[in-house]
Design a protein around this ligand. Structure first.
Ligand code: PLP
Length: 386
């Protein structure tokens, strides 16, 4: 996909915020607990490589990704730290797992047997590192009974090709004030783990929400995702034990300004009619950039003032109602601060009746990610971007 470097629609990523968020979490961890930065889905849309660099500076000692290609991207970028792949990988790619020293999630004995056979036949020198997933109530992947887990443990015991490095689960409701489901999962996890004769080096349960709000839950590896990006996993329902600093801001410009006559219409479907003398600006961002059509009616900021998106969001552009005539080229803050006003990713998510994870992950490659404040395209304009 072409990246829009000749247009002023940009996602600014504040790496200091990522470093800060990781450092804040690191301060709370026991000394034998490690933090792996979750950088799947291109670092939740923030850019996996730059996020991984910042997370490492903050103290992350490893990374989690969802798919093999994301793990390869990190290795190719030169990261030598442990990388845990949280999703299932087709067993035919065992060679890539072994040669790149990836740790991989496993959910069945059948997968292990096939992997073992491939490693035996090919006589790889390196071991395969596996983390056994336990399904304690997420219903996604993982072993569900003691019997299955013990069978896997017996099979792995003494295996020279496959190292039983970890066992883990994922909570469905760690971000909820209602603890019932969470506690049910904790208790199922404990029963399963206690049925092991020997615990592997890593026993882990903690995503961001678990790390923030269930510190007592047994985990010597934190899979730190959304909170690293400065976003509250509960969408603000639970308050943060320390201040999370959002890393992403999105800005653009007003690239066309006009005054409307009474009844003039805006956008596909002509869903908006202007009143006499209304000033309307066009902003070069649309659903082709991951700025969804459902954002009709959401505000953006111009000169510290809230301006509503009027008419339907197009693929590449949307229109906003201006408080007065502004110069073409005026900065538009879609997510971030302008003077006294702030638009958060949570506000965008609420407007769309979704979660902020989906907004950042959904921003397409067409929007460039900028990591250096000094390279802000509109830097002659002094709107407070961060
Ligand atoms: C297994 C697993 N662990 C950890 C995470 C990170 O979660 P969060 O971003 O809520 O911290 C995810 C994200 O979906 C996940 O699937």
């Amino acid at each position: 996909m072409a990246v829009g470097i000749h247009r002023k629609t940009i996602a600014y990523i504040d790496k200091q915020a990522i470093i800060h968020n990781v450092q804040q979490e690191m301060k709370r961890l026991d000394k034998d607990t490690v933090l792996y930065a979750v950088v799947k889905a291109d670092g939740y849309g923030h850019g996996a490589i730059e996020v991984a660099k910042a997370a490492k500076k903050g103290g992350a000692s490893g990374f989690c990704v969802a798919i093999l290609d994301e793990a390869l991207e990190l290795r190719e970028a030169g990261f030598t730290e442990p990388i845990l792949i949280l999703g299932l990988v087709d067993v035919k790619y065992v060679e890539l797992l072994v040669l790149n020293k990836f740790s991989v999630t496993v959910g069945s004995l059948d997968w292990l047997e096939k992997a073992n056979e491939i490693i035996r036949v090919n006589e790889y020198n390196e071991k395969l590192y596996v983390h056994i997933a336990l399904d304690t109530g997420m219903g996604r992947i993982g072993i569900r009974t003691k019997e299955e887990l013990q069978e896997i443990e017996r099979w792995l015991d003494g295996n020279e090709r496959i190292c039983f490095e970890g066992v883990f689960t994922h909570f469905a409701t760690a971000d909820s004030p209602d603890q019932k489901q969470f506690e049910k999962q904790v208790s199922k996890f404990n029963i399963l783990v206690e049925s092991l004769h020997r615990k592997p080096p890593f026993v882990h349960t903690a995503n961001s929400a678990t790390a923030l709000w269930h510190k007592s839950s047994s985990s010597n590896l934190i899979r730190f995702g959304i909170a690293m990006y400065g976003l509250n996993p509960s969408g603000g329902v639970l308050s943060e034990p320390y201040q999370l600093t959002p890393a992403m801001k999105i800005s653009s410009e007003v690239n066309y300004v006009k005054q409307m006559q009474e009844g003039d219409t805006i956008g596909y479907g002509a869903t908006y009619s202007a009143s006499q003398g209304e000033w309307v600006g066009t902003v070069p961002i649309g659903y082709g950039d991951g700025w969804p059509r459902g954002l009709q009616g959401q505000d953006v900021l111009v000169d510290g003032k809230r301006c509503e998106i009027i008419g339907r969001v197009c693929m590449d552009q949307c229109m906003i109602r201006l408080p007065y005539e502004v110069e073409e080229g005026s900065e538009v803050i879609l997510v971030g601060q302008s003077q006294e006003q702030l638009i958060t990713l949570q506000e965008i998510a609420d407007h769309l009746n979704t979660i902020h994870y989906e907004i950042t992950c959904g921003l397409t490659a067409r929007i460039p990610r900028r990591y250096d404040n000094t390279s802000i395209a509109n830097s002659d304009k002094k709107t407070n971007i961060f």
